[in-house]
Design a protein around this ligand. Sequence first.
Ligand code: UT7
Length: 323
Amino acid sequence: MIWSRITGTGGYLPEKVLTNHDLEKMVDTSDQWIRERTGIAKRHIAADGQTTCDLAEVAARRALEAAGRSAQDVDLIVVATTTPDKIFPSTACLLQQRLDVHGCAAFDVQAVCTGFIYALGVADKFVRTGSARCALVVGAETFSRIVDWTDRQTCVLFGDGAGAVILEAGDEPGVLSTHMHADGAYETLLHVPFGVSQGYDKVCEHHAYYVEMRGTEVFKMAVNTLGRIVDETLEANGLDRSQIDWLIPHQANIRIIQATARKLGMPMDRVVVTVDEQANTSAASVPLALDTAVRDGRVKRGETLLLEAFGGGFTWGSALVKF
Ligand code: UT7
């Protein structure tokens, strides 16, 4: 039986930092409100001209180095992003060009903040079926480009960044299971209301290129769906919640993270939290959190990790990983 295993992780955050105090000068908000309601203290913002592919490239090279692989070993590239450099080619193809890789399949996956879980799930299936042996899986976003910086209800929440993993074929269990869900009926809870197929003129006319969110409803939906997916993941693997070593959640709001940890009966010192330093980086948040905890020595080989995320769509998903 072929398994896929994470053999290296990488991450990248742009240099520019925007603190809550900086935001106090931009919109009617306060450091206290943002910390209390979300747990966020600061976020990183891409420089002018710095694109999603720029961030993805650094994260990808770091993941390759950690895995002891060269770009030439890669035979599949999957990039999860909501903020591609271009409408086409895909950011995965642009990344492939940067890495000087030729010929292997490369494509983007769009599931907003659940994107990395979807990308990992798809890549895992390629590896398990023998269609790839060394996959590069990336979550990368410049979400700051689609945030309305005059809307205090959304602009305080997001940041930019990229995270990546190398997923390799092997005999030992690695990715134990992945679970992906969506319910398109909840489209308007969290969306950018216009897109290219409605015509550029309409987008410009309505200034409708920014994230719109019904925050309280998203919050409730997130807590409910994450609770359900935790049960589904444990049940699918015949595991008890005490057998999970680390929870690596999507970093949207500390209160949502705490609710999922409570559901798992996990103390917060077994939960990887980066939302305070990085805010919500959408598809990048789970691989960035994983990379942070691997590099600072918290997550060790052989441990069992529960990765989970939710986002626009509405989408939600999880992955159980033997690291
Ligand atoms: O990856 C998925 C991305 N999205 C999410 O995960 C978002 C999930 N939702 C949330 O995290 C929370 O709902 C928010 C953080 C967005 C909002 O927190 P909340 O506790 O649900 O606050 P609220 O929307 O009920 O607003 C409470 C008050 C309101 O004022 P009034 O009506 O009580 O006078 C808001 O106008 O807080 C006000 N408010 C703010 N005040 C200061 C909303 N945003 C801000 C702000 N600064 N940035």
